[in-house]
Design a protein around this ligand. Structure first.
Ligand code: GCU
Length: 430
């Protein structure tokens, strides 16, 4: 089963070619549950009212949102969907084992850092590689990417540590082979005056059901518990937690402007960066790529993946709080939806990147989510998509909003041609 899940993901994300080469992401039966792709079978739905507090008070200004409504919704997302995460560990430490080596023909200064989550340095740690643009003399803004691969697999730089990754059989192996996920072109960020950092998600928590035995969540299991309580963290919260620990490091590094960190991740990691950005307001900006169900897409809209699909015991249950599993058959009673996640980023910049043939992830559902969240951005005087907008593939008219939306022509991936758009967004808002 594990092999099956991961190979599906590889198929979807590894094709980093042109839009024309991208297959449509449109499975029709998943975990024995049919999938709807007909707009006229979506059904009608009413989204939870973002602008009304639990006690009925209307939210008419930014202050009421920030002080009252936002904390209410944040708690719901935390306890129902992703699960609560522990605070920063007191015993955490950092080892900068590469303190600043020229890289990319002198265009960058490279650092490599191990973040130890516990006092015992033999386990529970993640490696970061950081490239700072040489041309920048003051502390640099950064794009923090969370990746399906170890960094030496996706960056062409001979000085990189060969780390370890989880293979398809759930075993830890050396990351000494190229990954199927394609390469990251670091130059494009450096040229834009933005530093780049990436982390392998499996360093924080492995991406399979039994991963809790090996990942950081297992470390926090209390005696007598076999799994986290229904309101406690699933794997997505663990990945988000790891991103906050990277931020803890950035705050100590004088060459980094920790007030200008953007987060980016795709797919399940698109969900993770969205949640990390919401939960940890130290992050300035988020780019959530193809985050789909459980991310920015609307769960009440029956199109593509549903909560029932994603929380099926043969699929991605372990990524969410156990509470979330109970909503597969009662989505209408969920007090939150994808628009809640989008709104909780306000007023900080958020860009949703989708793909026109990624039907499974429902790119239109992400757009409608942003439309529903735009009134929250408006409380702060910031813009987002309007109900009268109609996004089309490769249209950039909704990109450079505070709450931005961009849909490439193609499937479930981040295309090389997307990056210039994502960089334009960061140049404007970071
Ligand atoms: C599956 C899953 C999606 C997820 C995706 C991914 O397709 O159903 O919800 O986003 O994997 O992470 O690639």
């Amino acid at each position: 089963m594990k092999r099956f899940l991961l190979s599906g993901l590889l198929m979807a994300l590894s094709l980093q070619g042109t839009a024309q080469q991208q297959p449509a992401n449109r499975p029709t039966l998943v975990a024995g549950i049919p999938v709807n792709y007909q707009e006229d079978s979506v059904g009608s739905y009413v989204l939870p009212d973002l602008l009304k507090c639990a006690d009925g008070q209307p939210v008419t200004n930014a202050r009421t949102w920030t002080q009252k409504r936002r904390p209410e919704l944040l708690k719901l997302i935390e306890e129902i969907q992703f699960g609560k995460m522990p605070p920063r560990p007191t015993e955490m430490s950092f080892r900068v084992f590469d303190q600043g080596t020229p890289a990319f023909q002198g265009k960058a200064i490279r650092k490599q850092v191990t973040v130890y989550f516990t006092r015992d340095t033999s386990d529970y740690k993640m490696n970061l590689v950081i490239y700072l643009p040489k041309a920048i003399k003051q502390p640099a803004p950064l794009l923090m990417n969370i990746s399906f691969s170890a960094y030496n697999q996706i960056i062409d730089d001979p000085g990189l540590l060969v780390g370890s990754i989880w293979n398809r059989e759930g075993k830890k192996v050396r990351s000494d082979k190229p990954s199927n996920f394609g390469k990251m072109n670091v130059d494009q960020f450096l040229e834009a005056g933005i530093g780049f950092v990436t982390v392998y998600y499996g360093d924080i928590e492995p991406d399979f059901k039994e991963g809790i035995r090996y990942g950081i969540r297992g470390k926090y299991i209390k005696s007598g518990q076999t799994e986290p309580a229904p309101t406690e963290w699933g794997a997505i919260s663990a990945w988000a937690w790891g991103l906050s620990r990277a931020m803890d490091y950035f705050e100590t590094d004088k060459q980094i402007d920790s007030k200008r960190i953007a987060l980016q991740g795709a797919s399940r990691l698109g969900k993770a960066v969205l949640w990390a950005g919401i939960h940890d307001t130290r992050f300035k900006l988020v780019i959530a790529s193809i985050s789909g169900e459980g991310g920015a897409a609307l769960s009440r809209r029956n199109f593509g993946e549903t909560i029932k699909h994603i929380t099926d015991s043969t699929r991605y249950q372990y990524q969410f709080a156990t509470n979330y599993h109970t909503y597969g058959d009662k989505v209408t009673s969920l007090p939150i939806d994808g628009h809640t996640l989008v709104a909780l980023m306000a007023p900080r910049p958020l860009l949703l990147q989708t793909g026109s043939t990624d039907y499974w992830s429902d790119p239109r559902g992400e757009f409608l989510s942003a439309v529903a969240a735009a009134p929250v951005y408006k409380l702060f005087g910031e813009s987002g998509p309007q109900p009268t907008d109609t996004p089309s593939a490769n249209d950039t008219s909704l990109l450079l909003n505070h709450l931005g939306y961009f849909m490439h022509e193609g499937g479930h991936t981040v295309l090389p041609t997307d990056w210039p758009h994502l960089i334009a967004y960061m140049k404007k808002y970071l």
